[in-house]
Write a protein that binds this ligand. Structure first.
Ligand SMILES: [Zn+2]
Length: 465
């Protein structure tokens, strides 16, 4: 399998450190607010990355960290008179709710930065001892001039007359010595750790070096994040980790591109800023957003528009209607198996192995849905062909995860069955009443030839004909 490696600047054949295993670290959210749909695009990519390796038989250990202490968290929690734990605890819960709605499989572990302070202090001690770090009056800094490989990931070089940066967020153009540990001052209130070095708190970059090392070891297979983390965050992680262990930190650096809204960078001031909750309030199914993300290559910018989301919602609905109808379709004894089904599946797998070309893989899924639609139009399907189509669509869905999971409950099924009987008695008006009742309960009834029907999840932007 090939994957684009930011470090080598080309597609590399993936060779794991340990046969059959992948050690993967993905930079997680800072839990100071709701995550926005740009963040969510990255997290959906992590999910796909992990599922593709699992699909090819690897056992994946995936670590996604939660940054639960930084400048903004301290400022916001103090302003709201909440403890750091209360404040970040709430947004951590919202994060888990959001990722579940877009069907992200849980990572192996979600370590919190504040549960790993000991490891950070241990690394900082070693960096001080080895001469890669120095103390000032306000903190402990990393001396990037001491790390000769600085810039190997991003191409940003350490220059002359280095400045020092204490803040977690700063101008991303110039290389600077960065804070490993920030000494306490009054603005931090009661948020500090007293762990053998002067009381204070960690800088952002050291958190990921520490958690990656603690959970996955000195050298890992894959480290992933959005492209804006390449510099300085990932460059600084390399400097810290490789100076600490004396070994290569990461074999494959994998970065996902940004999401734009209406062709522009998403920002609150441009009023084009959305969270998943905003999309839900507008009536969208979160899985439509997942489908939209799958349909753009991870190395390309995704341009989000409401119109395109509506189209994906419609596509998602159509796919699910077809899949349901296929399952109920009358079988014939005709056992001819169409060779194109296997061909589509093998193209699907090749696309996955080709640097996760998910849009191309998705197009093979759509091809099989078209195949299903042809059978539906004919009103019947060969038994073997049906089994094969359903099997392959389910296999593909193991990566894509866009088919409806939940079945209509007993009450809805009873109403739909009642309606069918009324239609047989040609009692259209009462049948229509029951149809509306089913719709109010979140399902649509799609009628088949001969009076049979299927129930599919109702989506707001779709009107059933
Ligand atoms: Zn990170």
């Amino acid at each position: 399998m090939k994957i684009y490696n930011t470090l080598s600047r080309k597609e590399d054949e993936f060779v794991p450190i340990e046969k059959g295993k992948v050690k993967m670290y993905c930079c997680g959210p800072t839990v100071y607010d709701y995550i926005h749909i740009g963040n969510l695009r990255t997290f959906i990519f992590y999910d796909i990355l992990r599922r593709v390796f699992e699909h090819f038989g690897y056992e994946v250990e995936q670590v996604i960290n939660l940054t639960d202490v930084d400048d903004k968290i301290i400022k916001n929690s103090r302003e709201r008179k909440l403890s750091r734990e209360e404040y970040t605890g709430a947004y951590t819960r919202f994060f888990f709710e959001d990722i579940e709605k877009v069907r992200i499989k849980p990572a192996t572990v979600y370590p919190k930065a504040t549960d790993n302070i000991d490891k950070m202090v241990e690394i900082i001690d070693v960096l001080l001892e080895k001469g890669f770090a120095y103390k000032t009056e306000d903190g402990i800094y990393y001396d990037i001039s001491k790390f000769k490989d600085y810039g190997k990931l991003s191409g940003v070089k350490a220059g002359e007359g280095m400045s020092r940066i204490k803040a977690d967020e700063y101008d991303k153009l110039a290389a600077s010595d960065f804070a490993l540990w920030k000494f306490w001052d009054e603005s931090d209130g009661d948020i500090f750790w007293d762990k053998g070095i002067e009381k204070g708190r960690p800088g952002w970059h050291i958190e990921c070096s520490a958690m990656s090392n603690r959970f996955l070891g000195d050298t890992i297979d894959i480290h992933s994040g959005a492209v804006d983390l390449i510099f300085p965050h990932h460059e600084n992680e390399i400097a810290q980790s490789e100076a600490y262990t004396g070994k290569k930190f990461v074999n494959y650096w994998v970065h996902a591109e940004h999401l734009l809204v209406d062709g522009r960078k998403m920002s609150k001031s441009l009023h084009n800023f959305y969270t998943l909750r905003d999309l839900e309030r507008l009536g969208f199914d979160p899985v439509s957003f997942r489908l939209m993300c799958l349909d753009t290559n991870y190395r390309e910018k995704l341009n989000f528009t409401m119109d395109s989301l509506r189209r994906y919602e419609k596509t998602l609905n159509d796919i699910n209607v077809s899949f349901k109808l296929l399952q109920k379709l009358e079988e014939t004894d005709d056992s001819s198996i169409d060779g194109s089904i296997d061909e589509s599946y093998s193209k699907f797998e090749s696309a996955l192995a080709d640097n996760l070309n998910i849009p191309s893989a998705l197009s093979q899924f759509f091809k099989l849905i078209e195949e299903a639609n042809r059978c539906i139009a004919k009103g019947r399907v060969g038994k073997a062909e049906k089994r094969q189509l359903i099997g392959r669509l389910n296999d593909m869905n193991g990566i894509l995860d866009i088919l409806d999971k939940e079945e209509a409950g007993q009450e809805i099924s009873r109403l739909a069955e009642e309606r069918r009987k009324l239609r047989m008695k040609l009692d259209w008006s009462r049948a229509d009443e029951l149809r509306r009742e089913v719709e109010e309960k979140g399902y649509s009834i799609v009628d088949m030839e001969g009076g049979d029907y299927v129930l599919v999840k109702r989506r707001r932007y779709i009107s059933q004909g």
